[in-house]
Design a protein. Structure first.
Length: 613
């Protein structure tokens, strides 16, 4: 406690405004309309709580009241808050987003990115930094960016966060400014953390006793009550009765919550992902020999033309560049109000996309190369992957993040040649797609654009400009549905992305010596286990070819799953083989690149190896 006076900010929020709180905002969310009974249910981790018992207490969420689900990594709420604010701005709505953060977390890079983006776009957002001078046990006096002078004094609004009247009066012009197109504000509220960080912390270890005693005298509830009593607006008896009534109500709420139903084991996977039955388009693209780059560009155009909910954002995607690979060529001229260049800030791209999707937009955002996604991992792993599950399905972020991916294009070196699909496949809640043909790129992208789940769409840049003969018509493709690229009876070869081309070339080298069935996985999360199992019933032999590194990889997972399944295991006539990139980065010299990557000869050797049994 100690942050209670900030509850006054709730009185400045309208019903369609959004609140992105953090875990010290109990009073603020109560003032916004969350009931104490809801907080009690969350305290006991009950099935009916806002997270179905998945989040720690004080991780508030209420979709009906536009209170976004609190993530534990402090500051991770700021960029999604900007996404909602930008979406409201694009919709010309007179609403405001309030995002709160602790003073220690204001050193997070994402906070700086959020403020920068808000200023750049003049977003209707208010950031409140709740400055209680501590980050757990660390005094922030010499760490706080505001006290270090990082932010200009004219830009920051300072207020006494211990008094509700002062909070309300100071925030009125700030909210009016945001609501009337004046842009964002950063408010620093000075207040006290009157308790230890958590129930497992003891602040007496690191805070002087006189400091603790002094701040207890500044308890905002006691101070405000005394002022009201002195002013004759409240009597001592009334104040005591209020406290007694509240204490009784709290006891009743918590006793009742304790009796609520707990989650059951069968609830574990509830709302991890949504059922995603996407509409099928009978004819998506032109016939002939299209290239993957053309197919994706046309799908983007069709989506933008079909609904004003689609919006695109990424580095260099506007004209004249149209993206470094030309994936968005011509789109910003045709849809200037929905195709935007981003700053060179991957966390911003990810966080803003998540927020816009939560609001109801359909973001299709570009990472220039998947190699550069590192700064965005906090948003991808902490928010994108978990939001639906941690909010019991009340919040979701159906966003598509696409990125050029992979090697087999000499000269990319370490940071223009990575695959990394295994990293993202380890994040439950995200669809991961790697197409190998123009029609699959188009069909899977169309499905992703209409899915209720977030999608990471990895585009093999080696294949982007290769003309390919394609069947007609093109239509949406179900996630988790593999494609048999070549029928065979001797060996099942599972692959995806760039390695489909390698697998087909290897099979050609064998002529009729070995009959290879090539299974193009197309999406690796979810992945099509039944198609692989059915193929193994014929062949009894398995080879997996992947571009990613060997250790802890998708290929190893597939082999492990097959070996763990008795039906598949006893059909095997030989040990499965994995052909993979070495556990090594890609070097600039092509000798390094092609030595590290799977090639036809290694695939042929693996096929011969499984035939020796």
């Amino acid at each position: 406690w100690g942050h209670e006076a900030l509850a006054a900010a709730a009185w400045l929020l309208e019903s369609d405004d959004y609140l992105f709180p953090y875990y010290r905002d109990r009073a603020l969310v109560l003032a916004r309309g969350v009931s104490n009974a809801q907080l009690a249910s969350a305290y006991f981790a009950k099935l009916g709580s806002s997270s179905a018992g998945r989040q720690m207490p004080a991780h508030f969420s209420d979709r009906e009241k536009n209170i976004w689900s609190v993530p534990t990594p402090t500051g991770a709420n700021c960029l999604p808050a900007c996404g909602v604010a930008w979406a409201m701005q694009l919709d010309h709505r007179p609403n405001v987003v309030l995002a709160t953060i602790g003073d220690a977390a204001s050193r997070q890079g994402e906070f700086a990115e959020a403020v920068s983006f808000a200023v750049e776009r003049q977003l209707p957002i208010v950031f409140i930094v709740e400055d209680n001078n501590y980050g757990i046990s660390t005094n922030t006096e010499k760490l706080n960016p505001f006290k270090l002078g990082i932010f200009g004094k004219d830009f920051v609004v300072n207020l006494d966060g211990r008094h509700p009247d002062l909070v309300y009066d100071s925030l009125q012009p700030v909210f009016h400014k945001a609501r009337t197109g004046g842009g964002p504000s950063v408010v620093v509220a000075q207040l006290d953390r009157l308790c230890s960080h958590t129930s497992s912390d003891d602040q007496r270890i690191y805070r002087p006793l006189d400091e603790i005693e002094a701040m207890q005298s500044r308890d905002p509830l006691d101070v405000y009550a005394r002022e009201l009593i002195v002013a004759g607006q409240l009597t001592v008896d009334q104040w005591q009765q209020i406290q007694s009534d509240i204490s009784l109500q709290v006891d009743q709420d918590y006793w009742a919550a304790q009796q609520e139903a707990d989650p059951k084991p069968e609830n574990l996977l509830d709302q991890l992902v949504a059922d995603s039955n996407s509409p099928c388009a009978s004819s998506l693209l032109i016939s002939g020999k299209p290239r993957m780059v053309d197919a994706l560009n046309e799908v983007f155009r069709l989506g933008l033309a079909s609904s004003d909910r689609f919006v695109m954002f990424g580095e260099d995607i506007q004209a004249p560049k149209g993206g470094v690979f030309g994936l968005t060529t011509g789109l910003s001229e045709e849809f200037p109000d929905r195709v935007f260049n981003s700053p060179l800030a991957e966390a911003t791209i990810a966080g803003v996309g998540i927020g816009m999707a939560c609001y109801g937009m359909r973001p299709i955002f570009e990472f220039q190369f998947i190699d550069f996604v590192g700064p965005a991992l906090n948003q991808i792993l902490q928010n994108l992957a978990t939001l639906r599950w941690r909010s019991r399905g009340q919040w979701s972020c159906p966003v598509v993040f696409y990125a050029p991916y992979g090697a087999y294009l000499p000269g990319g070196a370490l940071w223009h040649s990575q695959a990394n699909e295994s990293l993202f496949a380890h994040a439950p809640g995200i669809q991961v797609v790697v197409p190998s043909t123009p029609e699959d790129a188009a069909g899977l992208m169309w499905t992703a654009m209409h899915s209720h789940n977030p999608t990471l769409f990895l585009i093999p840049k080696h294949l982007l400009r290769q003309p390919m003969q394609s069947p007609e018509p093109w239509s949406a493709i179900e996630m988790g549905s593999a494609k048999i690229r070549r029928s065979g009876k001797d060996v099942t070869l599972v692959t995806w992305g760039n390695c489909v081309e390698i697998a087909e070339a290897a099979a050609d080298l064998l002529h009729d010596d070995i009959s290879v069935e090539i299974v193009d996985l197309r999406s690796i999360q979810p992945w099509d286990r039944p198609t692989i199992a059915k193929s193994l019933q014929k062949s009894g032999r398995l080879v997996v070819v992947q571009e990613d590194g060997r250790s802890c990889s998708v290929g190893q997972m597939i082999i492990s799953e097959i070996l763990s399944d008795p039906d598949s295991f006893y059909q095997l006539l030989s040990p499965p083989q994995l052909v993979s990139k070495c556990d090594i980065p890609i070097g600039y010299n092509p000798i390094y690149e092609f030595t590290a990557l799977p090639d036809q000869q290694r695939v042929v050797a693996a096929l011969h190896a499984v035939m020796e049994y």
